[in-house]
Design a protein around this ligand. Structure first.
Ligand SMILES: Nc1ncnc2c1ncn2[C@@H]1O[C@H](COP(=O)(O)OP(=O)(O)OP(=O)(O)O)[C@@H](O)[C@H]1O
Length: 445
């Protein structure tokens, strides 16, 4: 008989972002790195995608050290989408950290400390563990009730089997609790991680498939495992250095993470710094050095600025990036979208947001996208779906699009509105023109 001990474990879960780029699943390239027209959520922007694909190839061959990537292009031309596509193509587990350069300037941390933290969020460590598991079909869970309520801790016995053997294990209170939490009953196939005592339900044994009617279609049936009940199993987790820092700052943190024999393999990660022109000269010099470190993740920066002042200096430079750093960057440019591309991206977003839209309404929305911006048109999808829901409709029609188009202003109309009513706003140019240099009159009125 074996004794099962349960030590406290903390699951590391990352919060998945469901948002603007959730439809991007890769770069949509074929095996020859040629971009497919519409693939993995990606549309158009072919030369930028192809260039990104070549960079991925360099990453995979380990030939990118000391360099980084700059994606330059107008707002809303898919710079973030391409960076996301690169990260997704590197593998689902690839750490991808995204920051906007202005986040670095927080009060709690120094700029370089904050930059360092984001670097650590993008460096992954794959931890290979070999642990002992007990895997088999549950024959019986027997729990002894204490004679007097609350007098002693609960104990019990767990009988498990494989196709070749059967074993009985003593249960302690914690183990009983975790079996209860997973609602384990006889006929279930489970795995128990021995060092931590974590119980995972793998499914129901095929021998119980006649119970099917009673339990419903959501149950997964699996074969009763063969071989020994107790096995050594290899488990691979991918955690970032930042997650390790966080766990490490808690007591007993490391123990929870490293159980059994561990080996480490480093995983490539991607750090995406948006609005890179917001970094200042000190951060740029930090980046220059950090890129030379062999642990550095792939750094992809993006900007929509042209020739502008480098923050913290009086000098101007392309994209507001110092020439020495610029020289290390592989530069990809994105181009404005055609009407056809905008239509296809909107179509993908409708699917992603589960919104059914009539062809005519799609054409209208595409037209709006061309006249205003892709982002604005994407935002109208959810709003139009809500308008449709309100009138108890199932399919978004022209009327819903028109309604939300009139409710929410795009940049052009908002500017026009301000031009017409500027004297009613604080600090408006009009009040400065009137000789009220600091705008106090406008503020007080
Ligand atoms: N080629 C594309 N295929 C599919 N979706 C795209 C493509 N390009 C952009 N999108 C989507 O359009 C929206 C706007 O694009 P994105 O945020 O990538 O633009 P950006 O160039 O980073 O803008 P900014 O300069 O304002 O940061 C996002 O929801 C993005 O996922």
């Amino acid at each position: 008989m074996a004794d099962l001990k349960l030590s406290e474990t903390r699951d590391l879960t990352r919060i998945e972002r469901i948002g603007a780029h959730s439809h991007i699943r890769g770069l949509g390239l074929d095996s020859a790195l040629e971009p497919r027209a519409v693939s993995e959520g990606m549309v158009g922007q072919t030369s930028a995608r192809k260039a990104a694909g070549v960079i991925l190839q360099m990453i995979k061959e380990g030939r990118i050290a000391g360099r980084a990537v700059l994606i330059a292009g107008q707002p809303g031309t898919g710079k973030t989408a391409i960076a996301m596509g690169m990260a997704k193509s590197l593998g689902l587990e690839t750490p991808f950290a995204m920051i906007s350069a202005s986040e670095i300037f927080s009060l709690e941390m120094s700029k370089t400390e904050a930059l360092m933290q984001s670097f650590r969020k993008a460096i992954g460590v794959r931890i290979k563990e070999e642990t002992e598991v007990i895997e088999g079909e549950v024959v019986e869970v027997q729990i002894d009730r204490p004679a007097v309520a609350g007098a002693a801790l609960k104990t019990g016995k767990l009988t498990m089997k494989t196709t070749e053997m059967e074993g009985v294990y003593d249960l302690g209170a914690k183990m009983i609790e975790s079996l209860g939490k997973e609602k384990v009953q006889s006929g279930d196939v489970i795995a128990i991680d021995k060092p931590s005592g974590k119980v995972t339900k793998l499914g129901r044994s095929f021998s119980r498939s006649r119970d099917y009617d009673a339990i419903g279609p959501q149950v997964r049936f699996v074969q009763c495992p063969d071989g020994e009940l107790q096995k050594r199993k290899e488990i691979v987790h991918c955690v970032t250095l930042h997650e390790i820092d966080v766990i490490n700052s808690r007591t007993q943190g490391f123990l929870a993470l490293f159980t059994g024999d561990t080996g480490e393999i480093r995983a490539e990660g991607v750090l995406f710094i948006d609005e890179v022109h917001m970094l200042d000269i000190e951060c740029f010099s930090f980046l220059n050095r950090a890129l030379e470190n062999e642990m550095a993740p792939i750094v992809v920066v993006a900007t929509n600025r042209g020739i502008t002042t480098i923050r913290g200096t009086n000098y101007k430079s392309p994209h507001g990036i110092p020439i020495d750093l610029l020289d290390r960057l592989l530069i990809i440019t994105t181009q404005p979208y055609t009407k056809d591309d905008i239509g296809k991206i909107l179509d993908i977003r409708c699917q992603e947001e589960d919104v059914e839209m009539a062809e005519e309404a799609k054409a209208l929305l595409t037209h709006i996208g061309v006249e205003t911006s892709l982002r604005y048109a994407i935002h109208l999808i959810t709003a139009a779906a809500l308008a449709c829901q309100k009138r108890k409709g199932k399919v978004v029609e022209n009327e819903d699009i028109t309604r939300v188009y009139n409710l929410f202003l795009d940049v052009k109309r908002s500017t026009q509105y301000l031009m017409e009513y500027q004297e009613q706003y604080m600090f408006s140019e009009a009040s400065i023109g009137d000789g009220d240099e600091d705008g106090t009159n406008a503020m007080l009125s």
